[in-house]
Write a protein that binds this ligand. Structure first.
Ligand SMILES: CC(C)(COP(=O)(O)OP(=O)(O)OC[C@H]1O[C@@H](n2cnc3c(N)ncnc32)[C@H](O)[C@@H]1OP(=O)(O)O)[C@@H](O)C(=O)NCCC(=O)NCCS
Length: 370
């Protein structure tokens, strides 16, 4: 038994797993399988990036066509999963429902091979995101459209209208940014569960549980609620001052790796501006976010993260706020599945030690004498 090493709180700065999937670095760069995010963001489709992350290389035309048609053929979710969702309280958060639905899906797909499970889960996650939300709102189930891309299908069903080409482009870009991110909390959670040899649904159910928290994926919803609460750019600086003085965390700021700049936030900020211009919409939300970002940098030197700018993009596209974190999940499931498989390829059970600080040498006292 080796001597126990005391890890820093939150495992800050500790490398706990090798990965070749993606790399977010402190200098503000991000690569998927070695490709700079900016190139993928400017040039690739969501499906191309998903294939890259899953399979490790950019697809040929044939590989991409096969991948796309395979995912489209697997989008329909079995009815028994929806029965579980219908039994849940109507005021549940969509993330709680989604997590439960993925767990239910796992129970009904145990007979599939591991590879079939991976693809089934990835293909069905966007369907579950939309239909879990629709069930909670008392709406009919939406049939997945096999003539639409992942992004178009998701956006169409969530907003109930066909997006124009630029809106679809903007939404798809955000999905690309959400696909994968190194050893973030949910990917780490997935790997811990994978290390027990549990199935991919179990691991991703745990990933969803981790993602819901406001320090992780829940931040995009929380950031949007904050923008609405602030209301105007003129109030941004005072809101920040007051809330920092109360010791509150400001949602959409800060990152464990990116201490100066989150490259995904930069890309999204430009996209938000372009989207508002395209829609000839009031740019108040952009000015508000910009004010807040500057005030935070002046005060605390903490940069905005992806969630900070993805949220107003989703809002501008007319997407319901409570689906922002589920949308994150619909994309990130690709990263989770990749981490799951990478973990299994060189598995070692994650079982750290603790540093026991509790009482010792206690003597049991019978209940009548306490
Ligand atoms: C993401 C997050 C958990 C990273 O945490 P971390 O790496 O442990 O943060 P750090 O150690 O760099 O924090 C350094 C200091 O900045 C503060 N800080 C970090 N993010 C902050 C935020 N969003 N608002 C206010 N203060 C923040 C911390 O409280 C800490 O202050 P202290 O030294 O006085 O204790 C953290 O930045 C956060 O809670 N952000 C808000 C939630 C969010 O947007 N999450 C999405 C992440 S992509």
């Amino acid at each position: 038994m080796p001597e126990i090493i005391r890890a820093p709180p939150g495992l800050y700065g500790v490398g706990v797993a090798e990965t070749s999937i993606s790399r977010g670095a402190a200098d503000g760069t991000l690569t998927y399988r070695g490709y700079p995010i900016r190139d993928l963001y400017d040039k690739a489709s969501f499906e191309e990036c998903a294939f890259l992350i899953l399979e490790g290389h950019l697809p040929t035309r044939k590989e991409l066509d096969d991948f796309v048609s395979r995912l489209r053929s697997l989008r329909t979710v079995p009815e028994d999963v929806y029965q579980i969702v219908r039994a849940m309280p109507r005021d549940s958060h969509p993330m709680d429902v989604l997590r439960t639905a993925v767990s239910g899906l796992g129970a009904s797909e145990q007979m599939l091979s591991a590879k079939e499970q991976d693809y089934s889960l990835i293909a069905k996650m966007p369907t579950l995101v939309t239909n879990c939300y629709r069930i909670l709102r008392g709406m009919d189930l939406a049939e997945p459209r096999d003539d639409m891309s992942e992004a178009e299908n998701l956006l169409y069903v969530l907003t109930g209208r066909h997006p124009d080409a630029f809106e679809l482009w903007a939404f798809e870009r955000e999905l690309i940014l959400y696909l994968e991110h190194d050893l973030n909390v949910s990917a780490f959670t997935v790997r811990v569960v994978a290390s027990t040899l549990a199935d991919v649904y179990a691991a991703c159910t745990a990933g969803l549980a981790a993602l819901k928290g406001p320090l992780h994926g829940g931040a995009n919803e929380a950031a949007m609620q904050m923008f609405l609460e602030i209301g105007s750019p003129e109030r941004a600086a005072s809101y920040l001052r007051e809330n920092l003085a109360k010791g509150k965390k400001i949602m959409g700021f800060g990152h464990r790796v990116y201490k100066k700049v989150d490259p995904r936030a930069q890309l999204s900020k430009v996209m938000l501006k372009r989207l508002l211009e395209h829609k000839q919409a009031d740019d108040k939300v952009y000015r508000l976010a910009d004010e807040l970002e500057h005030a935070m940098w002046e005060t605390k030197k903490i940069p905005a993260n992806l969630d900070f700018y993805a949220a107003p993009i989703f809002y501008t596209l007319g997407i319901p706020i409570e689906t922002y974190t589920p949308i994150f999940a619909a994309s990130r499931v690709v990263g989770w599945v990749s981490h799951y498989n990478e973990q299994l390829a060189a598995n070692k059970l994650f079982r750290p030690d603790s540093i026991y600080v509790g009482q010792r040498d206690m003597v049991y006292v019978p209940i009548e004498k306490r």
